[in-house]
Design a protein around this ligand. Structure first.
Ligand code: CU
Length: 491
């Protein structure tokens, strides 16, 4: 049965999720997900019609935005009510419908009952209880949660089992954010039928007029949605400044975000304000921003002049000759405000900003040293590998890291497609790509590794809170499920 919110939304837009998408010429305004702070219950349920997995919160099948202040805990009772007999396919076999949660980007413990995806798993009928202690010095920004059941992550994430986490306090660094409309946008996918009216309608709707893009020879399989809606309208007055907080929750689509004739005044990437490690940098103005799967951008956007039609879209991204199609498409129309009242502003935080300036000498000595660890991504017809090893849950750790250091890591891609590298509980400084130093270095938790190329990173392993056994992997979740993942012990 459709929830009230979903039924309302279906009347005006194509909504992803349980039922076959409904077609309509009308367009929706950007849906707003519910928000929660404090303890809550999240259920994993199977839609009886489609057989797909989804989250249920407070009676609705829309995942909430979790809001938490630095120094507070996230308490979640996670109940697995998924079907014991899945109709869905996971990595060549039926899904078992085990599930768990990962808290992407948070500097927290990888041990139970926190960000543990190695020993915590709920079979259908079981419940997990999470208490995730967000540290006082967590960079304030946008993070996200998604399921991380090995060999089932791709399917569950594609079905939409993900949601945003806001660590409050980014306004400590940029006080002017307090008066702006805050828009949280979760990018997910709707699958295109192989043929037929649904495919044509959706491709037309997002103006995927030239699906040819880059070296991939395959046909597009998805379109991106924002908060579940295909090409909604985002209202903004001419000259108005809004705060957009965007997470790419797709399991494998890249989003190279752009606004016609506009730019992004970016204040944070992957949850970390630029000012966090560099008090002198408040923002960077960028024409377009590439978000790998799992990447986040937080930016100020200025409304275009009156009578100026504008779209928010993703550009074609070349994933390589063995990569998936990733064509340009429109994500949303930017339209004038229909009302000036009721700004949805952010939760204000009166705390003082935490700045963690890292001595340049510490960074430079890590950069100048030979890599302490090199991860090599390869693939063949039977799987995906890191340093020749295909992950399984019984795999021993690939390495042990002593906490307290900055380490130079290199990630090499020896395949004909891109792969985004992610490590749990840690941010890293990306300072070179394909052996060439970057003009603009970036602190991230997920970074794209170019085809037949490499990235060089300074890993921040200084925080003792991360002690335990953790993971790093490709964030194309299909690759992760097929083995492109490894364990690391933080000691
Ligand atoms: Cu990959």
């Amino acid at each position: 049965m459709l929830s009230r919110m979903k039924r309302a939304a279906l009347a005006v837009a194509v909504i992803t999720g349980t039922s076959a998408p409904s077609l309509s010429a009308q367009t929706a305004t950007l849906p707003e997900p519910p928000q929660v702070s404090g303890p809550f219950t999240l259920e994993a349920v199977t839609d009886p019609v489609s057989g797909k997995s989804q989250f249920r919160y407070d009676g609705h099948d829309i995942p909430p935005v979790v809001r938490v202040r630095p120094g507070e805990d996230i308490h979640i009772e996670y109940i697995n009510r998924l079907s014991r007999d899945s109709k869905e396919k996971c990595v060549m076999m039926p899904c078992t419908n085990g599930t768990n949660l990962h808290f992407h980007g948070l500097h927290v413990s990888p041990e139970k009952p926190q960000d543990d995806v190695l020993t915590m798993s709920a079979a259908p009928g079981e419940t997990l209880r999470y208490t995730v202690e967000v540290p006082r010095n967590q960079p304030p920004g946008l993070y996200w949660y998604h399921t991380h059941q090995h060999m089932e992550s791709y399917r569950q994430d594609l079905d939409g089992m993900s949601g945003a986490i806001v660590v409050e306090g980014i306004d400590r660094y940029i006080p002017e954010l307090r008066g702006m409309e805050e828009r949280i946008m979760v990018l997910r996918d709707v699958e295109l039928d192989e043929h037929g009216a649904q495919r044509t309608m959706l491709m037309n709707k997002v103006a995927m007029l030239t699906p040819a893009c880059g070296h991939s020879s395959e046909q597009p399989e998805r379109v991106l949605t924002i908060n579940g809606a295909v090409r909604p309208q985002i209202e903004i007055a001419p000259g108005e400044r809004q705060f957009w907080r965007i997470v790419n929750a797709s399991p494998d689509l890249y989003a190279d975000l752009e606004i016609d004739g506009g730019s992004f005044e970016v204040v944070a990437l992957d949850g970390m304000p630029f000012a966090f490690h560099d008090p002198g940098t408040r923002s960077r103005t960028l024409g377009h921003v590439l978000l790998a799967p799992a990447g986040r951008m937080e930016a100020i956007v200025t409304g275009p002049p009156a009578h100026h039609r504008s779209t928010f879209h993703t550009r074609c991204f070349d994933t390589g000759s063995d990569g998936d199609p990733n064509p340009a498409m429109v994500l949303a129309d930017i339209v004038p405000r229909s009302d000036r009242g009721g700004l949805r502003t952010m939760v204000q935080d009166s705390g003082t900003p935490v700045y963690e300036s890292i001595p340049a000498a510490a960074i430079h000595s890590a950069e100048d040293a030979e890599p302490r660890f090199t991860a090599v991504f390869t693939e063949d017809k039977s799987g995906f590998y890191i340093n020749g090893k295909k992950f399984d849950m019984e795999s021993p750790p690939m390495l042990t890291v002593d906490i307290g250091s900055y380490q130079h890591w290199r990630v090499m891609n020896r395949t004909n497609e891109v792969h985004p590298f992610h490590i749990h509980q840690v941010h890293f400084l990306v300072y070179a790509a394909n052996g060439t130093p970057l003009q603009q270095t970036e602190w991230l938790d997920t970074v794209n590794v170019p085809v037949e190329g490499s990235v060089d990173l300074v890993m921040d392993f200084t925080d003792p809170v991360i002690r335990g056994t953790s993971l790093f992997h490709c964030h194309l979740l299909n690759h992760e499920d097929k083995g492109m993942m490894a364990k690391v012990v933080f000691r």
